[in-house]
Structure formats: structure tokens, C-alpha cells
Design a protein around this ligand. Structure first.
Ligand code: DC
Length: 229
């Protein structure tokens, strides 16, 4: 049975990672969260004092790039992001990182390094990867490309509930503002902007139930695995 590449791009907080993890588990594929990689570089920059008051010392970060090693581990079904061997899975989800990540994700040198690592994960197929440029830049040849979207209000409400559940004190308005400014930065940046990749299937899940969405995507994947389309 052939092992395909599935790219899942789209707006922030559209449930890309949830469905990507479910698909990977169902098919026995690897799941790669490319956003976690940009978040990890941002955390590194913060911890090294290279981002202050939302200003990034670009040259210093580029110099430090070879020191940054990002890996993933799968431990009893739980996905972990490792930054230089340290588990940073939770740290990279904070609002503080979300607010600065666009500074890092707009740098072409950082993107080139991330894309190289991402492609190395896909050489044997059998990968589900989510992000913003996976179907357009990282794997334009992916057998199944999805582009997920939903209204900004629905997405902010979902993210707000997640942050509250993880004990972070934030307002709904701050979450909505952050999400909308990331949408703008993601879509308007010069390098690898968020676009609907050629050949991608657009899924607006504002009013879609998660299990219907999963079954639909699984069917799309099976059609390609068994070459029915
Ligand atoms: O998916 P996420 O919210 O964890 O991604 C964090 C940020 O990283 C997001 O604001 C955009 C950026 N990103 C990117 O530029 N390219 C990717 N392939 C994935 C994420």
C-alpha cells in the first residue's frame, strides 16, 4: 500500500493539528507540526534575549540558527516538540510566543532552514504535516492537499476556550485581535505567504462537526492511497 503525503494548511485555530494528529494515528503515519518549529525558534530567541518589546535582533538570531535543533518525539501517543533536546511542547503554546512568532516566521533564512528539515521528514512518505506553506512550498507534490478555514469569531472562541482550560488568563478580545493580526501577517508576508495551494481542497469548518470532518478527510486520503482518484 503506498504511503502518501498529506498537507494541511490554513488559518490559525481551524483545528488543523487536531485532525492532522487523528489522521496520522488512523493511518499509522508520522505527524509533523510545522508551526511548532517556528514557535520553537521564537522561544529560543526569547530565551536568549533576542526579542524585547516585540523587536527582534535579526542578525543575532541568524547567527545562532545553526545552534537550534528541533526534533519531535512520540511518547505513548503524545507528541512532543524538542528544542535542543528539551521538551518545549507547552512553553511554545503561550500567548507570549504567539505574539512574537510572526517576527521569526517572516525571515527567509529561518524559513529555508525549517523547509529543509520538513522535507527530510517526508522522504519516505507516510506523513501528515500541518502549517501555512506545506502544500505550496514544502510538498507541492503532496498527494492530498487540504486548506482549512473558519470564521475569525468561531476560531477565536475555540482558541480562547483552549487557553482558559490550560490556565492562561486572557480575554476573548485579545485572542481575536492576535488571531486577526496573525492572519494578516501570514497572508501578506513576502516569503511563502499563506495561500490556497494549487490543487488543494478547501474545508470551511465553521459549522462542521469534528467527526464528520474527520470521516470526510479520511475518505479523501483513502481514495488517494488506493488510487481511486
Ligand atoms: O500553526 P501555529 O499557529 O502553531 O503556527 C505558529 C505561527 O508560525 C503562525 O503564526 C504562522 C507560522 N507558520 C508559518 O509561517 N509556516 C508554517 N508552515 C507554520 C506556521
Amino acid at each position: 500500500m503506498r504511503r502518501i503525503i498529506i498537507s494541511i494548511d490554513g488559518h490559525s485555530s481551524t483545528g488543523k493539528s487536531t485532525v492532522a494528529k487523528q489522521m496520522a494515528a488512523e493511518l499509522g503515519y508520522a505527524y509533523i507540526d510545522s508551526g511548532a518549529m517556528y514557535r520553537s525558534v521564537t522561544l529560543y530567541a526569547k530565551e536568549q534575549g533576542l526579542i524585547k518589546e516585540n523587536i527582534l535582533q535579526k542578525e543575532a538570531l541568524l547567527k545562532a540558527l545553526p545552534e537550534i535543533k528541533i526534533n519531535f518525539s512520540w511518547d505513548k501517543g503524545v507528541n512532543k516538540t524538542l528544542l535542543n533536546g528539551r521538551d518545549v511542547s507547552e512553553l511554545i503554546r503561550s500567548m507570549e510566543i504567539s505574539e512574537s512568532v510572526s517576527l521569526v516566521a517572516t525571515l527567509p533564512e529561518v524559513r529555508a532552514k525549517m523547509v529543509e528539515i520538513q522535507r527530510s521528514f517526508g522522504v519516505k512518505g507516510g506523513v501528515v504535516m500541518d502549517g501555512r506553506d506545506i502544500g505550496s512550498v514544502v510538498f507541492p507534490e503532496a498527494e492530498l492537499k487540504l486548506f482549512m478555514t473558519a470564521s475569525a469569531e468561531v476560531r477565536a472562541q475555540r482558541r480562547y476556550a483552549e487557553l482558559l482550560a490550560s490556565g492562561q488568563e486572557v480575554s476573548y478580545q485579545a485572542v481575536l485581535d492576535n488571531l486577526q493580526s496573525r492572519d494578516t501577517m501570514d497572508s501578506q508576508r513576502a516569503v511563502s505567504p499563506l495561500i490556497v495551494p494549487e490543487g488543494a481542497i478547501i474545508i470551511d469548518n465553521s459549522e462542521m462537526n469534528p467527526s464528520d470532518q474527520f470521516n470526510m478527510i479520511l475518505q479523501l486520503a483513502k481514495d488517494r492511497i488506493y488510487r481511486r482518484v
